[in-house]
Design a protein. Structure first.
Length: 251
């Protein structure tokens, strides 16, 4: 039986995962509060009335700023408060739904990141915008068996959080998800349509626990499997609740 082993959201793009026990999914939407905020480079410009979706290189991510993994951020969705810790000590706190709160976090990030920020970094958010790597609102699924199979190639442990997925699956054969695009899945009470495989970039080279750039995951994927993909994107097509431990059914 395939089941949900872990549910994760990433309230601020580029910062750490937050575990969830349960989530309610809505057709056409991604995971609630996932990538609701992003850290724009000082050089990133938005046209029009406010922030809109942009490609990932418009923002600070682990792809080029691995030191972000040294931070631990706790986000309270009810209040909008983000608390940032480094080495177990609180270093910043601010309400991300308010300009003053975002400015407090911006000031900390500017000092922490220095020249990496390419100017003054800025926390951005906008209604109905999720700053994922795709313009569409998808949920990302990671097969834990595939992540474990990569360990055979690199001969080292591979933390599945390197792939920054929303739903981590247990019980599927390695790389079975490669055959899922175009198929429908029922996960708990929600129904999804798998859209495409997820191509991997240098962000996966960073250990999410330490911030060390210690592996070359895209190269390992190409060397071991002749592709650079791990995980799949899925579109929610029927509302429903998903819980850790619930069953995944291919329809």
């Amino acid at each position: 039986m395939i089941s949900v082993a872990r549910l994760c959201r990433y309230p601020v793009k580029g910062l750490n995962a937050e575990d969830l026990a349960e989530v309610s999914l809505t057709a056409g939407a991604g995971l609630p509060e996932d990538r609701r905020f992003a850290i724009a480079h000082g050089s990133t410009r938005f046209e029009g009335d406010g922030p809109a979706w942009k490609p990932k290189d418009s923002f600070l991510t682990l792809k080029r700023s691995e030191r972000l993994a040294r931070l631990r951020a706790d986000y309270d969705a009810a209040s909008g408060m983000l608390t940032v810790h480094r080495d177990g000590k609180q270093v910043a706190r601010g309400n991300l739904t308010e300009p003053l709160g975002r400015q407090l976090i911006n000031q900390f990030l500017a000092a922490f990141l220095g020249d990496e920020a390419r100017g003054a970094p800025k926390i951005v958010t906008a209604p109905a915008v999720s700053f994922t790597d795709t313009r569409e609102n998808y949920v990302s699924l990671i097969n834990l068996a595939s992540a474990a199979d990569i360990e055979r190639v690199v001969r080292r442990p591979v933390d599945p959080l390197r792939f920054r997925g929303n739903i981590y699956l247990d019980g599927a054969a390695p790389w079975r998800e490669a055959s899922w695009p175009g198929r429908k899945l029922r996960i708990g009470g929600a129904t999804m349509r798998v859209v495409d495989a997820i191509g991997r970039c240098a962000a996966t080279n960073v250990d999410p626990a330490t911030g060390a750039r210690d592996l070359n995951i895209p190269k390992a994927l190409m060397d071991g499997f002749r592709h650079t993909e791990c995980g799949v994107y899925a579109e929610v097509i029927e509302d429903g609740a998903v819980k850790v431990g619930c069953e995944v059914e291919l329809l």
